[in-house]
Design a protein around this ligand. Sequence first.
Ligand code: GAR
Length: 189
Amino acid sequence: MKRIVIFASGSGSNAENLIKFFHNSDNASVIQVLTNNPHAKVLHRCKSLKISALSFNRIAFSKSDDVLNVLRASKPDLIVLAGFLWKFPEFILKEFVNKVINIHPALLPNYGGKGMYGMHVHKAVVANKEEKTGITIHFVNENYDEGAIIFQAKCKVLASDSAEDVAAKIHELEMEHFPKVVEKLLLNN
Ligand code: GAR
């Protein structure tokens, strides 16, 4: 059984979708959720779904081995960043080479980088009158949103779409594709 650990910072709809998708799987399961935000809704979701969850601060994450030691103990086959907003430390990436992936709510390399997350991305897409946007699932490296791309899916942006409309389309793409891409990656490794 492959082991998935999720990092999330906010609502956690992707985390919940992944947890449910793998709930009855013989191949993989989400064993733990880690968050930098002790008030994140994802913690409530984990409680309802009976999934172990922990929150941590910056010292535990990037100034000590505390989170690294949690990961060493959990032995994940894949670490999935699902709406996780802190930069992932290089010293953790070094121990989990090609095992950390992220989902981004745009077609990278467009609309990536520091500050480009959540509604900020969709507002920029609408402001620039883009005709399409989408999602990108990619490996994580030491730079924001720059690791090798694993998967992209696109959707149309209509001239009448608000940022909220775009967010809804992206949410739909994320719910449909993210678990399948995670499953495929785990089965191929
Ligand atoms: C998702 O749309 C995800 O793609 C995005 O945050 C949202 C989290 O929603 N991630 C980024 O913007 C990363 N740069 P969720 O907490 O409901 O899963």
